[in-house]
Design a protein around this ligand. Structure first.
Ligand SMILES: Nc1nc2c(ncn2[C@@H]2O[C@H](COP(=O)(O)O[C@H]3[C@@H](O)[C@H](n4cnc5c(=O)[nH]c(N)nc54)O[C@@H]3COP(=O)(O)O)[C@@H](O)[C@H]2O)c(=O)[nH]1
Length: 640
């Protein structure tokens, strides 16, 4: 029953009750109050008229309200409804979301403008059709059944659905479907509102690609590689297969970046990734983990030897020069290999162990590969122990400075000495710096060690000079860690002032690779050191990637030819050419040349013949404690 009917019934009931009450009042109450019959008849007549007037008045009021309602209010309501409808139609038509309305039987009765622009269909092409016309074929019958059931049960459904446009293109939509019911609760219509999410999907794909692939090379990145390694390891475990992980790191790549710039560096990395991809067989995962580090997953190698063969193939393949920006660049790499299940039981451990093997390959002298072994773990543990022991050694004064004479090849006389640190270990005896300097560099202890050696060497040099020994300089090695810190000049100045040594009696040896770590900062540091009045030499010259342009800007007085080139003298054609070139270069730039690692008289002859000025090596004397140096020792060799 509607509220209007209910109100009308209530009013009629009230009117009926009031009429009965009035009749009872005229028929029973009036005769009781008025005894005279003529007056009673008149009063009853008046009461009838009064009831008539009251009823007429009430009917008038009710009627006028009804008319007002039907007339004015109803018109107002009609206007409002019309306005709402117009508004809804405008929204319906101007919304960017497609709208499709079907009747309860699923026949399309209405679509909006956005529907037409998204699907490509015109209104008259779809009215009277069913939405199944747009099916893409991507979803099975189950999908539509579930969707329909949800709409019937919950009144609505929303989700991603793939449909087909008029031009045949399949595209993703985000769609909400709602059922519309009448007063009796029966479904009269279904309204579907949808938006085209093609561009969102595209962005999602791009984001996923960015998150999983390296932007420079397009190879899988560390995240994706770790995921694939995890999956490959699960697969290998399930199928009782092997899995090999190879970590490839380019040797001295930093030098390429520093000397040729980052753009060329990027081009090199792209070319390397392409070369590596060519070297890989199908099914092998190649990734760039970052910087110059690449990784390879080799599934089911029969034995470790297959992984080693792949590593050798990579080393050989990289040997061909890379032609970048019209210049041929030569690159080498080091590779660490770890194998599941022999070396590691998880993907994470596999990666860690390959890293340890890579470290081993680098320590072996680079351009090589190393397989992970138990010894490597033991070696890593040993390094940790050594760091602790070294810390103790510094405090307990177990370090010693040995001095190796540097001879003038013309006069044969000792012109200078190189200070070289040693560790007098209580159990192991004399430990070589080759063993503990790398550990000291990694742990940061090198700063203390170099500082101590510098102070000791300066003190000793003062003593020698005080004893009247005609020595020109003492050379002290500076680690790259210290050189890169920027406050080296301040430290050196402090040591010189503490020991009272004249700055020109001190020569600092800086390795070429230390300079290349940050060439600009290194050159600045060198200038500040030169301002103190001391000398500078470049150690191991020829093993790094110094550009001549940079060398020209370095305030350096001596170039030390690396012992690797001296070893091949006087027979090896390449070493001969390199040594001659370094001597010529140094002379052209007004520098002195010092050849290190001279072990034979023939080498000394050759160097002297080729105008090398200074020489150092076991043939002259080994590094030794200060008091053991024989100042009169002048080895005999003649010009050939
Ligand atoms: N930062 C510091 N580094 C230092 C310091 N002391 C040494 N080192 C560096 O450690 C590396 C190994 O040094 P060492 O074992 O002392 O080897 C030096 C010489 O003993 C060796 N040498 C000299 N002559 C010959 C030879 O005829 N044959 C041959 N096979 N080896 C020879 O060469 C090393 C000289 O090194 P360098 O002149 O510095 O290149 C080494 O890299 C040292 O630099 C220190 O106090 N701080």
């Amino acid at each position: 029953m509607s509220s209007i009917t209910r109100d009308a019934l209530k009013t009629a009931l009230m009117y009926g009750l009031l009429s009965i009450f009035w009749l009872m009042f005229s028929d029973y109450v009036l005769p009781f109050l008025i005894e005279d019959s003529i007056q009673l008849a008149r009063a009853q007549l008046m009461s009838g008229y009064a009831w008539l007037a009251l009823s007429a008045g009430s009917i008038y009021l009710a009627r006028s309200r009804l008319l007002g309602f039907i007339g004015i209010d109803a018109r107002k309501q009609q206007d409002r409804d019309l306005q709402h409808l117009r508004l809804a139609a405008a929204v319906f038509d101007s919304t960017l979301e497609g709208v499709l309305v079907t009747d309860s039987g699923g026949v399309i009765v209405h679509v909006n403008r956005a529907f037409m622009s998204i699907t490509g269909y015109q209104q008259d092409e779809v009215l009277g059709m069913r939405p199944s016309k747009f099916k893409s074929g991507r979803h099975g019958p189950d999908f539509y059944e579930r969707m329909y059931k949800t709409i019937l049960a919950a009144g609505q459904w929303s989700g991603e659905i793939w449909n087909r446009r008029k031009n045949g293109e399949i595209y993703p939509q985000w769609q909400s479907i709602r059922s519309i019911k009448d007063d009796r609760g029966s479904i009269t219509h279904f309204v579907a509102v949808f938006s085209d999410i093609t561009s969102i999907k595209h962005s999602e794909r791009e984001l996923a690609h960015l998150a999983h692939f390296d932007a420079l090379t397009g190879l899988p990145n560390r995240l994706l590689f770790a995921d694939r390694a995890e999956q490959a390891q699960t697969h290998a475990r399930r199928n009782k297969q092997n899995l090999a992980l190879l970590l490839i790191d380019l040797d001295h790549f930093k030098h390429i970046n520093d000397s040729l710039g980052h753009n060329i560096g990027d081009e090199v990395l792209k070319a390397v990734s392409e070369r590596l991809a060519q070297l890989m067989e199908k099914g092998v995962t190649l990734a760039r983990l970052g910087g110059d580090e690449f990784a390879v997953l080799l599934e089911n190698p029969q034995q470790a030897v297959q992984a080693a063969e792949l590593a050798q193939g990579v080393l050989d393949g990289l040997r061909e020069p890379f032609l970048i920006d019209a210049q041929a660049l030569f690159l080498t790499a080091s590779i660490g290999i770890s194998i599941f299940p022999n070396d590691a039981l998880s993907a994470e451990q596999l990666l860690r162990n390959a890293d340890a093997a890579l470290f081993q390959a680098k320590s072996q002298g680079r351009e090589s590969y190393a397989l992970y072994t138990e010894e490597l773990t033991a070696h890593a543990q040993r390094r940790v122990e050594l760091t602790g022991e070294l810390r103790r050694a510094i405090v307990q004064n177990e370090l010693r400075v040995f001095y190796q004479p540097i001879h003038n090849l013309q006069t044969r006389r000792i012109e200078g000495v190189e200070a070289l640190v040693r560790w007098q270990h209580p159990q192991r005896g004399m430990v070589s710096p080759g063993e503990f300097i790398p550990i000291a560099e990694q742990s940061g202890l090198i700063a203390d060690i170099d500082n101590w050696v510098l102070t000791e060497a300066c003190r000793q040099m003062r003593r020698w000079l005080g004893d009247g020994i005609g020595l020109s300089f003492v050379a002290v090695n500076v680690s790259s860690r210290l050189f890169g810190r920027g406050d080296l000049d301040r430290r050196v100045a402090q040591v010189l002032s503490e020991t009272g040594l004249a700055p020109h009696c001190l020569e600092l040896e800086v390795t070429e690779s230390a300079v290349m770590e940050d060439p600009e900062q290194a050159i600045e540091q060198m200038h500040r050191l030169r301002e103190l009045g001391l000398k500078l030499s470049i150690d191991d010259f020829g093993t790094g990637y110094s550009s001549l342009l940079r060398l020209k800007r370095m305030p350096v007085q001596t170039l030390k030819i690396d012992q690797g080139f001296v070893a091949g003298l006087p027979d090896d054609e390449d070493d001969i050419a390199i040594v001659r070139a370094i001597i010529a270069l140094a002379q052209a730039m007004g520098m002195r040349v010092l050849a290190e690692g001279i072990e034979q008289a023939e080498q000394a002859h050759f160097l002297l013949n080729n105008q090398c000025e200074l020489g150092q090596g076991y043939w002259f004397a080994r590094p030794m404690p200060a008091e053991q140096i024989d100042w009169q020792h002048a080895p005999v060799f003649s010009l050939a």
